[in-house]
Write a protein that binds this ligand. Structure first.
Ligand code: AHG
Ligand code: MN
Ligand code: MN
Length: 371
């Protein structure tokens, strides 16, 4: 393997920090602790069945579910613990919130508290874990509300759900780790997006993908087509037009992908463009969308926008949404800018009756061939 002199994540963070001479270093310390958590999770994922890590959590007791009502995998629970243990001790955090915890996590009394909030999905795509398909971790760093920040560390009050209900545009940083053929960490501290590959010999993340940019146009889309009967008409229209291909209104053929690990889809889109949709649908009135705002849509939205792409609910920019609860679900569309803008435009145009519109006379996978 050729020797090279790429930056390590540590070097990258120190060089970034030099632009802010008054910075305390707490933020860098936090990101480096998150990176250690991701390395630990990468090892657990790599050992898989050999480490006894596959399957459902507490299977002998009939399994456990999280607040979303989803069955927790052993690796969901382990990854959540790793995130907590690696970041709680250092005095950088006021509190944490995670997909796998109903309530905010309080920093134990024997540790100092700090000025940041960490919000994470410890293992995204975990339904894929037992079939050895890529999974990842997603994280978002917020500033703790001012009253917390200004309190003496030893007097700092507990965090509440309300402290975390900040619009995505206020994120200080967001990132994800992808546990695929290589382990990567993709990070934005609000000045573009940089990708790091884990060098397994050194155990260090090395800067391999500086200044990532998403192409504005694409011919690839990702959506779970089994939900098509529940889609709203702007989404149906968009997908129908993609499927109509070259002879259809778009005048070009599209390719489709669905990994069922959003973090892996986000990474593909960062690498070569594309559009991802898990839109609001009518499947379950209690769930406006499948994905969660605070630890899925917002951090991925931040990264995508920092790379020149766009993230939206379909109606409004994702990062403008004022959250109303910790585990809130939301419709999510992100990726190549021109495609996301097109989907947003379709949401503002008056509903159209598909069968009367010549545009939709094209046969597609999603319509009755006899209609
Ligand atoms: P998680 O494993 O954290 O619960 O998230 C899974 C998410 C996301 O990664 C993926 O895009 C989506 O669920 C897959 O949903 P379908 O099962 O409907 O394909
Ligand atoms: Mn997830
Ligand atoms: Mn998860």
């Amino acid at each position: 393997m050729p020797l090279n002199h790429r930056s390590t994540l540590t070097q990258f963070l120190i060089e970034e920090r030099r632009r802010f001479p008054s910075a305390s270093g707490d933020f860098n310390a936090l990101i480096l602790d998150v990176a250690i958590a991701c390395k630990a999770i990468a090892r657990a994922v790599a050992f898989g069945e050999l480490g006894g890590f596959l399957g459902n959590h507490a299977a002998e007791q009939g399994g456990s579910t999280n607040i979303q009502g989803e069955t927790q995998k052993k690796l969901d629970v382990l990854s959540n613990d790793v995130f907590i243990r690696r970041t709680e001790w250092a005095g950088n955090l006021a509190g944490m919130a995670s997909e796998e915890m109903d309530l905010p996590y309080q920093i134990p009394g024997n540790y100092p508290r700090g000025k940041y909030l960490l919000v994470f999905d410890p293992l995204d795509g975990s339904s894929n874990i037992d079939v050895n398909v890529s999974v990842g971790s997603i994280f978002s760093v917020l500033r703790a509300p001012r009253d917390l920040d200004e309190m003496a560390r030893e007097l700092q009050r507990d965090v509440t759900e309300a402290d975390f209900l900040q619009a995505g545009s206020t994120q200080v940083a967001a990132g994800y780790a992808l546990y695929g053929p290589t382990t990567m960490l993709v990070l934005s501290v609000g000045s573009g997006v940089n990708g790091f590959t884990l060098n397994p010999n050194l155990g260090e993340f090395m800067l391999t993908h500086p200044k990532l940019q998403i192409p504005a146009d694409t011919q690839e889309f990702a959506i779970n087509a089994s939900n098509s009967r529940f889609w709203e008409s702007p989404v149906k229209r968009y997908v129908d037009e993609c499927l109509a291909g070259k002879p259809g209104p778009r005048g070009k053929d599209f390719n489709m992908r669905w990994i069922a690990s959003m973090v892996a889809e986000a990474h593909r889109i960062l690498m070569r463009g594309g559009v991802f949709m898990y839109p609001r649908d009518t499947k379950d009135a209690a769930k406006p969308g499948r994905l969660r705002l605070l630890y899925e849509a917002n951090p991925v939205g931040f990264i995508i926008e920092q790379a020149g792409g766009r993230a939206s609910t379909g109606r409004v920019p994702m990062l403008d949404v004022q959250p109303t609860s910790l585990h809130q679900r939301i419709g999510l569309v992100f990726g190549s800018r021109n495609e996301v803008e097109r989907i947003e435009r379709y949401h503002t145009e008056p509903a159209r009756s598909d069968s009367n519109t010549p545009l939709f006379a094209v046969r597609s996978l999603f319509r009755d061939q006899d209609s």
